[in-house]
Design a protein around this ligand. Sequence first.
Ligand code: TXA
Ligand code: MG
Length: 333
Amino acid sequence: MTKIINIKNNENNALDECAFCIRNGGTAIFPTETVYGIGTNALDKEAVDKIFKIKERSKKNPLIVLVSNIDMLNSIVNNITEVHRKLIEHFWPGPLTIIFDKCCNLPDSVTGGLDTVGVRIPSNEIAINLIEKAGVPLIAPSANISGKLSIVDVSVALKEFDGKVDYIVDGGISDIGIESTIVKVEGSIIKILRQGKILAEDIQKIGFNVSIDSSIIPSKNNKHYDIGKEVFVVTGNEDVIIEKIDNFLLENKTKKIGVIGFDEHYDIFNEKVCKYVNMGKNDNDIILKNLFNTLNEAKESNVDVFLIESLKSDNFGKIIMNKFTEVCNNKFI
Ligand code: TXA
Ligand code: MG
C-alpha cells in the first residue's frame, strides 16, 4: 500500500519514516523544485532496479542523482574541477544537473553503464530534508512512466502510481514546472544537454562559453512530450494567430479541434472550439509553471487536433517553444 504524506499538515515524523524506508530500499515519489521525482537509495542496486521497473524505463537510460551536500557528492563522483566548483557555487542548490565522472560506489545500473553521472543539490526544502534524513544519495528520475509527461501535481502522481510505490510525499504544485537544465563540462566550454529554467545566458553571465548540444543525451528519442494528438503550433503576432486559428476552424469543420491558449483569448475561442485549454495569463513564468498540467489536460481530452498559440519570445519563451516544438513534432501553421 502507498502511504501519502502531506508536509503542510505537519507530518514531519512521517517524512522520517519515509526517509528510513528509502534508505532501506523502499521507493517514494517526492517533490523537487523542478518536477516530482521518483526515487530510492542510489547506492542500493536492487532498489534502483525497482525504479527502472516501476517507470518501465530502459536500463540503458541513466538516472540522475540528488545529494544534500558536497561530502555526499564527493562520495559518488571523481575529478571535481574548478569549473565544476564555480557552477556549483553559483547554481546549487537549484535546478542545474551537472555531469561528473562517476566513482565506483555508485552501482553501474544507476548510470546505464556510463562512466559519468548527473548530480544536483535540489533547492526544494522537502527534497533536501528527505535526502538528509535518509543519509544517502537518492536517484531522482521524473515521476512518470517512461514516455509519458512529467508530473508537477500529486493528484496526477496518485492516479499513475498509487499502490506501486511505498510513499508519495505531497509538496504542492512544483515551483518551476520543467525538468532541470543538464550540463556537461568539456574543457572550458559548458555544453547544455537539456534546457531547463537555467538558461545559456545565466551560465554565460558567470564567464563561461556555452554551447547547446542535446544530441548527446541518451534518452533523446523518447517521446516525453507526446500528447497522443495531432498538434500544430500557430505562429505570428496576436492578430495573425487569431486569424490563422479562425481559418483552421472553418477549413476543418468535421474534426474536433482544441486550442491551447492564454487567459486573454479564452472568450474569443472557448465557444468556437471543442476544448479550450487555458495556459493562464500570457506570462512565460506562469506558462512554464503550468506547462505539464496544460499538456496533461490536453492529453486527457477527446479532441482530434490541438492548436497551440505561440508565446512571447522573452526570457523563458524560447525554452517553452522548444518543448512545444517537440509536442507538435515540428508542425507549424
Ligand atoms: O529536474 C530533473 O532533473 C528531474 C527531477 C525529478 O530531479 N529529473 C529528471 O530525470 O528529469 P529524468 O530521468 O526524467 O531525466 C534525466 C535525463 C535523461 O534524459 C537521461 O538520459 C539524462 O538525464 N542523463 C542522465 N545521466 C546522464 C549522463 N551521465 N550523461 C548524459 N545524460 C544523462
Ligand atoms: Mg523524465
